[in-house]
Design a protein around this ligand. Structure first.
Ligand SMILES: Cc1ncc(COP(=O)(O)O)c(C=O)c1O
Length: 439
């Protein structure tokens, strides 16, 4: 059986269960393709992160990077867990507002926030605006003048560290599109500009070095770099860094070859690195903020697909085609992301063939998985792709005018629809016919 499936996820009929509910029942009730989240797994991960900070007695925020999956229901779950969120658009912010998420626990990111987006953030009292560039300093200043308001802000810097799965390069990523560069003095100039505007209450520094990171070395590097900047800003400008935000990027296991550390170990290493550097430099300890996205919702998500057609060619891996594809999960087509898939009716059944799981979209590249060992499936069988909770539904599209799937939250044996399935009619609901022309 797939090693990611726990024995207790198999019920008396031998079926895969998610959050205590039979996956075949979920598919029958809500149809497929379907995205299902095990809410207990989401809560567990948020709590695990928080616990490390509490154990180390460090002031902190665990800020869920909601670009990984944004919906009213997920914001409600994070609020119940007393978490923080980051949003990157007016749409994500509006979703959080509709979820009645406490606005003081929202960070607003983005490298090209529009004036309207900043207005929405200021009107709603968003707790932290993470300023990315000089244009934004001016634009936010304008909005605050117009609204006679103030805003708490941090500055995003480009740390000159590019993290890869298991290495990091000190000099890489200096030309990232995000944030203020350090070497050229842009970051210093940004701080001076922000300090000069009494409407901007600058409290900290932010950096994000990448995603799906498997080792602590990159995070230790960014922690050190941020404390270096904090020391420089203290000496040069008398500025005291109160919030040090090291971003997200904690890697998860998608396939057997992925060997990430438990996310908590990353946090432990970050705390140690910050404490060490701060002590060395005689600075006061800032609060540490992290922004995990993938590690909170990725492993909690499952994609349910029904098998349809298949294609067999002598000498080639067969295609088993399902009723979803790149429209509900673009990651395999976009960057060859790999996933593991199980046969829902009997995940313990011995594999009989190795197949490609093809999507139904009109692109040759719409292959959801390759080299997938499975029992011999037939049309109507249910397949469940594991760990699809991050950047799957969040990146879903209506390509080919296929409706986007429904999303269901499952907890304690109870399933609840949290995003409705789109209909065919929904796919053209914004279309307007040509105005009739008088001839
Ligand atoms: C600024 C920032 N924070 C956090 C994240 C979340 O990263 P992950 O989902 O890998 O944890 C991202 C992802 O792109 C990001 O850009």
């Amino acid at each position: 059986m797939n090693s990611q499936i726990e024995p207790e996820q198999i019920n008396d009929q031998g079926h895969l269960t998610i959050g205590g509910v039979d996956s075949l029942e979920l598919a029958a009730k809500y149809q497929t393709p379907l995205v299902v989240y095990d809410v207990a797994a989401i809560r567990h991960q948020i709590r695990a992160f928080k616990k490390v900070f509490a154990k180390n007695q460090v002031a902190a925020e665990v800020s869920y990077a909601s670009k990984a999956f944004s919906a009213i229901a997920i914001y409600q779950v994070v609020a119940q867990e007393d978490g923080h969120i980051d949003v990157v658009s007016g749409g994500e912010l509006t979703t959080a507002i509709k979820a009645h998420f406490p606005m003081e626990k929202v960070s607003f990111h983005g490298n090209n926030k529009s004036k309207e987006e900043l207005e929405l953030a200021v009107q709603n009292g968003v707790g932290m605006i993470i300023i990315d560039n000089f244009h934004e300093i001016d634009l936010l200043g304008e909005v605050l003048d117009e609204q006679d308001a103030t805003a708490t802000v941090s500055l995003r810097i480009t740390p000159g560290i590019a993290a890869h799965t298991n290495e990091y390069i000190q000099t890489g990523q200096v030309d990232s599109k995000f944030g203020f560069d350090l070497e050229s003095g842009q970051a210093d100039r940004a701080l001076e500009e922000v300090l000069a505007n009494p409407r901007l209450k600058v409290v900290g520094l932010h950096a994000h070095i990448g995603s799906q990171i498997f080792e602590v070395v990159g995070f230790e590097g960014v922690a050190k770099k941020l404390v270096d900047v904090a020391e420089h800003w203290h000496e040069e400008f008398g500025f005291q860094t109160r919030v040090l935000n090291v971003g997200g990027g904690f890697g998860i296991r998608y396939v057997q070859e992925d060997q990430p550390l438990p996310p908590e170990e990353f946090v432990d290493a970050i705390i140690k690195a910050v404490k060490k550097e701060v002590a060395k430099k005689g600075l006061s300890m800032p609060a540490i903020w992290i922004e995990p996205g993938r590690s909170i919702v990725g492993p909690a998500g499952y994609s349910l697909y029904t098998v349809g057609s298949r294609k067999d060619l002598p000498g080639y891996q067969p295609f088993v085609t399902v009723d979803g594809g790149m429209g509900d999960n673009i990651r395999p087509a976009l960057y060859q992301a790999a996933y593991e898939t199980v046969y829902a009716k009997d995940p313990r059944q011995k594999p009989e063939e190795t197949v490609r799981i093809a999507g139904k979209y009109c692109e040759s590249g719409d292959i959801l998985a390759r080299d997938q060992a499975l029992p011999k499936t037939k049309p109507g069988d249910l397949l469940v792709m594991l760990d699809t909770g991050a950047y799957g539904y969040a990146m879903a599209s209506n390509y080919n005018r296929n409706p986007r799937p429904a999303v269901v939250f499952v907890e304690n044996g109870h399933a609840q629809l949290v995003i409705q399935r789109e209909s065919w009619a929904d796919t053209c609901r914004l279309d307007l016919p040509l105005a009739s022309e008088d001839k």
